[in-house]
Design a protein around this ligand. Structure first.
Ligand code: F0G
Length: 476
């Protein structure tokens, strides 16, 4: 195979007729040594010190040609009534704050973004927080927030002329990458840990035509291997180490603030796995603040599962200075990650926004997931850590009852049906008191369970079930 080619940014004119901003140039900057470069090698690591890269827009940093906040808001609003394919994307609609493609015809889009912001009245009552919302990224085309980053990174892969894209994944990244590769006429290679991701996630990459390898290792092992592979073969790496992914994932925050009429919430709470998403959201908040799109920074907090708590331990035991890796184990498969690649970026956004991190138990995750389900919304277990974490942050006094909170629900309920079925059938935590279950938690879980009922096909049996259901309804 030919050697890998560097990935170079281009300076281009703003593609939108109505946008008034100057041409956007972007550069790669190392997050540790600050080295600036115009090209990145395929593992997206600094060629001087080996740390991760981020994308910056030098003209904004110098203040020379920062786009005006009012122009941006007006352009973005106007595009909501446009029928052009890039404007219909909830990511490319915000293109002034993204690295610019040579030509917008290179965009690979599935109309990602445009996700709902829901009020959570039941969870509001439960937590005593009147201003509680969920930004549901599970409503993206392949069922997770990954699509918002994938549209950008896959488009750059195609522009750079790659034939193959690849990722390591706990499920959602692979589903998203496979879909965008298929739409863009690219081949895709998926590396997932064998037996550790749900069939519904795996089935997506199969259907979208990816070469799917189940490796006898964990996620961290898959990612290590991929990092070596991209240096040996002309394969474009689409994990969140790739800074183009994070640029796309920033748009969650732009869209959220637009939905809140640019009034920042007090807190945004997000699950943490490999820590790319929290880093992306934090970067967006800081950019919006710098550009005057918002006047106040929300606190961004990150929640992990107790069994995959590398960031929590890193913050508590080293003050964010050195990564403490863990052997990850949790039912929340999407965040079963012990050696998070973007931990330094995440520490930086926690510190810059005044946020915190917290860990939650398996039972707390299951309970929170059922509570979000009972809102008629639902999410996958990894997303439910946000509500479970919020309850702990309230207890700690970090979140105050009068404050406004947005939970980022990262993935769709249908992505982990095995977890949901096991929970409702009582198979997930079958023995009361196991898994560190506290007093009272068992009763709380029981009241949320709605197992399927097998009945004779008679009217009496169904009426009996109706009466039983009435007695156990949440309002009783
Ligand atoms: N929530 C869901 C639903 C996820 O799929 C992931 C990560 C996260 C949260 C954590 O995000 O890694 O940016 O901190 N899933 C990856 C995957 C790793 O392969 O799908 P993060």
């Amino acid at each position: 195979m030919p050697p890998p080619t560097p990935i170079e940014p281009k300076v281009t004119e703003q593609p939108s007729a109505e946008a008034k901003a100057a041409p956007v140039a972007f550069r790669f900057r190392c997050i540790s040594c600050g080295d600036l470069s115009d090209a990145a090698v395929q593992n997206f690591r600094c060629s001087r010190c080996g740390d991760l890269l981020e994308i910056i827009h030098p003209s904004w940093v110098s203040g020379a040609s920062a786009p005006a906040a009012s122009d941006l808001k007006a352009s973005w609003k106007q595009r909501r009534s446009s029928l052009s394919p890039v404007d219909l994307s909830g990511v490319w609609r915000f293109r002034e704050l993204l690295p610019a493609l040579e030509n917008l015809h290179h965009v690979i889009s599935l109309r990602e973004g445009n996700t709902p912001l829901y009020a959570l009245p039941r969870c509001s009552r439960l937590t005593g927080l009147p201003h509680l919302f969920a930004k549901h990224q599970g409503m993206n085309p392949t069922g997770s927030f990954k699509d918002t980053g994938m549209t950008v990174a896959a488009s750059f892969a195609r522009q750079a002329g790659f034939r193959w894209v690849a990722c390591a994944s706990t499920g959602n990244t692979s589903a998203s990458m496979a879909a965008y590769a298929a739409r863009g006429g690219l081949r895709s290679l998926v590396l997932v840990p064998e037996g550790k991701i749900s069939w519904s996630k795996l089935s997506q990459s199969l259907d979208y035509g990816a070469v799917t390898c189940q490796l006898r290792t964990d996620f961290d092992g898959c990612l290590r291997l991929l990092q070596e592979l991209v240096l040996r073969a002309p394969v474009y790496q689409l994990n969140s180490i790739n800074p183009f992914r994070l640029e796309g994932q920033k748009t969650l925050a732009f869209e959220l603030l637009e939905q809140l009429d640019w009034q920042p919430p007090d807190h945004i709470i997000v699950p943490g796995g490999n820590l790319g998403n929290s880093s992306a959201i934090g970067k967006a908040l800081l950019e919006m603040h710098d550009l005057g799109l918002i006047v106040r920074l929300p606190k961004l907090s990150i929640i992990q599962a107790e069994g995959a708590n590398a960031l929590v331990r890193t913050m508590r035991e080293t003050g964010g200075k050195h990564l403490i890796s863990v052997q990850a184990e949790t039912h929340a498969t999407a965040i079963r990650i012990g050696n998070p690649a973007s931990w330094k970026k995440a520490v930086r956004v926690l510190q810059a926004t005044g946020g915190t991190c917290e860990q939650v138990s398996e039972i707390e995750i299951a309970q929170a997931k059922a509570e979000i389900g009972a809102e008629g919304i639902g999410c996958e277990p990894a997303s439910a850590v946000t509500l479970a974490g919020l309850k702990k942050l309230l207890k700690r006094g970090f979140v105050k009852p009068e404050e406004s909170v947005v939970l980022v629900l990262t993935g769709h309920l249908l992505k982990d049906p095995g977890f949901t079925m096991d929970f409702h059938r009582g198979d997930l935590f079958p023995v009361a008191g196991s898994d560190g279950e506290e007093n009272g938690a068992s009763a709380a879980l029981q009241s949320l369970r709605r197992p399927p009922i097998v009945l004779d096909a008679t009217l009496e049996a169904v009426i009996g079930a109706l009466e039983q259901g009435e007695k156990s309804s949440p309002e009783n």
